[in-house]
Write a protein that binds this ligand. Structure first.
Ligand code: ADE
Length: 247
């Protein structure tokens, strides 16, 4: 799977994507993360990519032209790759604009995007982006939460990480994302490793029993307790889905 990130700070993307699990997946060719510098595409002779907002107001806006040309260049690269591979011509390539003015990212959205061969992210800066280019290129608007960051790079990396780990081969251990938070809409149960007693705290006896069915039952109960306590919204939704409404 190929991630293309349109940004004014490509080094931020390259640094984050070169380490740990993402770095290893890139090295082994399972995914690619291609940070593309929007500034390269500006027609402004001083390298500017932003300007004042019509109608007034504080702050600068990213202009349409460099972003549009950057997007066109990425599409041309995708076309060239597909022609070389002999694979069919592309459908519309999903292009995501990272913005707090959008639905909040979720595991479902990560799963949906993990089915794509290419996904393009646009990272905004300054006070935002000229609306006309968004209308022209964007297929999906995603926020990572109800707070405002200085730019879209960290949000894009959050999405890339969550999507990439769903791509077969990236985690190595295929079962490890089957039994985790959100897969059935519940939070994960508590887990313990050695030693059996640490600072006087014992590992729950049932986990040492070797009785698989009882362990599974205990874990499910713990997931329910934890979800009810920490994310009552998810607990409610789970209970409704499982025919046990809480009212
Ligand atoms: N850009 C700035 N803040 C953001 C957020 N919360 N989510 C996505 N993109 C953003």
């Amino acid at each position: 799977m190929n991630f293309h990130i349109m940004t004014l700070f490509p080094e931020l993307i390259d640094n984050a994507a070169s380490t740990s699990i993402l770095g290893r997946a890139i090295q082994s060719g399972i995914i690619s993360v291609n940070a593309v510098d929007i500034r390269t595409y500006t027609e402004n002779k001083h390298g500017r990519v932003d300007d004042y907002t019509y109608g007034g107001g504080a702050g600068m806006l990213m202009q349409a032209q460099p972003i549009y040309d950057c997007h066109q260049a990425i599409l041309a690269d995708i076309d060239a790759r597909k022609a070389k591979d002999g694979s069919p011509k592309r459908d519309r390539i999903r292009t995501v604009y990272m913005t707090p003015q959008a639905p909040v990212f979720s595991q479902d959205k990560a799963e949906e995007l993990a089915n794509e061969e290419d996904v393009i992210f646009l990272c905004g800066h300054y006070e935002g982006v000229d609306e006309r280019v968004l209308e022209e290129i964007v297929t999906d608007y995603i926020s990572i939460g109800d707070y405002v960051l200085t730019g879209g790079e960290l949000p894009a990396l959050v999405c890339v990480d969550a999507i990439a780990r769903l791509v077969p081969g990236v985690l190595g251990n295929e079962v490890s994302h089957e039994t985790e938070s959100f897969d059935d809409g519940l939070l994960e149960y508590p887990q313990y490793s050695r030693p059996e007693v640490w600072r006087g705290k014992e590992v729950p006896k049932i986990l040492l029993s070797g009785h698989h069915a009882n362990v599974e039952k205990w874990r499910h109960e713990q997931s329910l307790i934890r979800t009810k306590e920490r994310r009552p919204d998810l607990y409610e939704a789970y209970m409704m889905r499982n025919g046990q409404g809480t009212n």
